[in-house]
Design a protein around this ligand. Structure first.
Ligand SMILES: C[C@H](O)[C@H](O)[C@H]1CNC2=NC(N)=NC(=O)C2=N1
Length: 102
């Protein structure tokens, strides 16, 4: 696992449009809003299981139906492909929950 270069980060964020980059910290953050707490927690449970499976864990905050997630890789003190993969997984899980709720 290597620390992503600025170019690699730009390329990765092209498909993670809702994520905000903190270039100094080497982290990406996104806010999600769900219909209610149950949906928000269900999302967090899915992400938690995937995080354990990949041994790559989020920094997150939840209040009622809102979840803020930040991905960064402590081991490289910046962003790695693990962060990109997990952000993509979060977006897919969010879309599935919103689609199921529709
Ligand atoms: C030893 C090291 O902390 C572990 O391999 C994993 C645990 N989960 C992790 N999660 C995140 N976000 N970054 C890491 O570097 C990381 N490392």
């Amino acid at each position: 696992m290597h620390k992503l270069t600025s170019l690699e980060i730009t390329q990765a964020l092209a498909s993670l449009a809702q994520w905000r980059l903190d270039a100094d910290k080497g982290a990406i953050t996104r806010d999600y809003q769900f219909a209610d707490f149950a949906q928000a927690f269900g999302f967090m449970a899915q992400v938690a299981i995937a995080s354990e499976k990949r041994n790559h864990h989020p920094e997150w905050f939840n209040v009622y139906n809102k979840v803020r997630i930040t991905w960064t890789t402590h081991d490289v003190q910046g962003l790695s492909s693990n962060d990109v993969e997990m952000a993509t997984l979060c977006d897919n899980a969010f879309a599935a929950i919103r689609g199921a709720a529709a």
